[in-house]
Design a protein. Structure first.
Length: 429
């Protein structure tokens, strides 16, 4: 579990702002969900014999003896909340959420025990148009953030009947090659054989490559859905690769599944993943409701962006107010508050803690501020303030305090402050 320090939080804020704006622009509304749910919810939705439920959940008994779990993902809780509050009665819903998720995995780069997702879930739409739109949304996110090296992998898992029939074929095939199976695959052979296709063990790859393929055995409806989705992605100009081995680690998926992967993150290559889960709402007690969604792994996305030099919402102060002497300190606080009243967007840092001009100017420089505003005894007596440019070759100037707000307005945005100033502070590229 990581601490995110001030050096990286502006990147988090930049990504979150971009995603919020994008999801809102596509008509998604935010839903805020608890971090803790009843354990049973995850066993019933993600699947009792998945890695997440079998090995990775943070589960504990509360004081009443109820079994609770820190959410390992957001889809199950989102469906639970929709059912509890009647959001799905003959309605279309487009929802998004953001927050920490918890899985007790073996930590490594890009894989943490507390990680963060922004997820989107669309309910009540059965056609491939919404699958395509969700994929377009994620493609637009990469574009807005200036990320180029991500590839879309696509597969279809068909209907549950097609998966069951396929499962029998796959088990028969793997059983015939029992000697070539590694320990993990032998364990999974009867509990969750489709996940064997996802094995990263190099020794297993030839066997997996020659295995029967689910994508070639879809029933006609899923096949049509997949073909239509492919057509829509082609029209939208979104390139993809079909990956017949993409099965996902959660049991609720059927038909479309997709992942955005990158080669820049090592083994933990997926930055966003999702798919269709038309059976889940009914499985959790609701009426049959088609649904599709995705989640972006923010920790991985942020690592990618930091490596690419993205600064996000890093906001240095516009000005740093230096005050030397008791009278100046008192006047400085009042002046700072007056400026904040007149220029609500001004980023002004007031020196607190004293020291002489030199000490305070050093702090002003370290703050990254563009201007230092100097208030000494002479200035207080004259009702003036001295402006020193910390980043530009410009002569310092002394002006009346009541002209300072107008001066800052002109100086900070070429006469158009604050509207012209980039509110993202160097965010999106
Ligand atoms: P997931 O594939 O388990 O899907 O997770 C989605 C993304 O979360 C992954 O692609 C990855 O970027 C990130 N992630 C997962 N585990 C970790 C970890 N231990 N450390 C860092 N990042 C991680 C889901 O969670 C589904 N609920 C997605 C979804 C929404 N499907 C439909 N709607």
């Amino acid at each position: 579990m990581n601490d995110d320090l001030p050096a990286t939080t502006p990147v988090w804020a930049g990504v979150e702002t971009t995603l919020r704006e994008l999801l809102t622009a596509y008509g998604y509304s935010e839903i805020r969900l608890p971090i803790v749910e009843q354990t049973e919810l995850f066993a019933r939705s993600i699947g009792a014999v998945t890695d997440i439920v079998e090995k990775e959940m943070y589960t504990f008994a509360d004081r009443n003896g109820d079994s609770l779990t820190l959410r390992p993902e957001g889809t199950a809780g989102c469906v639970r909340a929709c059912l509890e509050h009647g959001l799905l009665h003959n309605q279309i819903q487009r929802l998004w959420y953001l927050g920490p998720m918890f899985r007790h995995e073996r930590p490594q780069k890009g894989r943490y025990r507390q990680f963060h997702q922004i997820g989107a879930e669309a309910f009540g739409m059965a056609g491939p148009d919404i699958d395509a739109e969700l994929i377009c949304l994620t493609a637009r996110l990469w574009k807005r953030l200036g990320i180029q090296e991500v590839t879309l992998q696509l597969n279809s898992l068909g209907s549950s009947a097609a998966r069951l029939a396929y499962r029998d074929k796959l088990v028969a095939y793997l059983q015939a090659h029992w000697d070539e199976l590694d320990e993990d695959s032998r364990r999974r052979l009867h509990s969750n054989p489709l996940r064997i296709l996802d094995s990263k063990n190099p020794a297993m790859q030839p066997l997996i490559a020659a295995a029967p393929r689910l994508i070639e055995q879809l029933e006609p409806e899923s096949q049509q859905h997949f073909e239509d989705l492919r057509d829509l992605l082609e029209v939208a100009g979104i390139p993809y690769e079909i990956n017949p081995r993409l099965v996902r680690g959660l049991d609720y998926y059927g038909k479309t599944v997709f992942e955005w992967v990158t080669e820049r993150l090592g083994a933990q290559a997926t930055v966003c993943a999702g798919g269709r889960y038309d059976g889940l709402v009914e499985q959790l007690g609701g009426r049959p409701t088609p649904a599709v969604g995705f989640a972006v792994g923010l920790d991985r996305l942020i690592t990618l962006l930091i490596e690419a030099g993205y600064t996000g919402l890093k906001c240095d102060p516009d000005a740093y107010l230096v005050t030397v002497g008791g009278a100046a300190e008192a006047r400085g606080l009042a002046l700072a508050e007056q400026l904040r009243d007149r220029l609500p967007d001004l980023r002004l840092q007031l020196d607190c803690g004293g020291g002489n001009f030199k000490t305070q100017l050093k702090r002003a420089d370290r703050s990254g501020a563009r201007l230092a505003l100097l208030l000494g005894e002479d200035e207080v007596k004259a009702g003036a303030v001295t402006v020193k440019f910390l980043r530009e070759e410009q002569p310092q100037q002394t002006l009346p305090q009541d002209r300072l707000a107008a001066f800052l307005t002109d100086c900070l945005a070429g006469g158009q402050y604050p509207s012209a100033r980039n509110p993202r502070c160097g965010g999106d590229s």
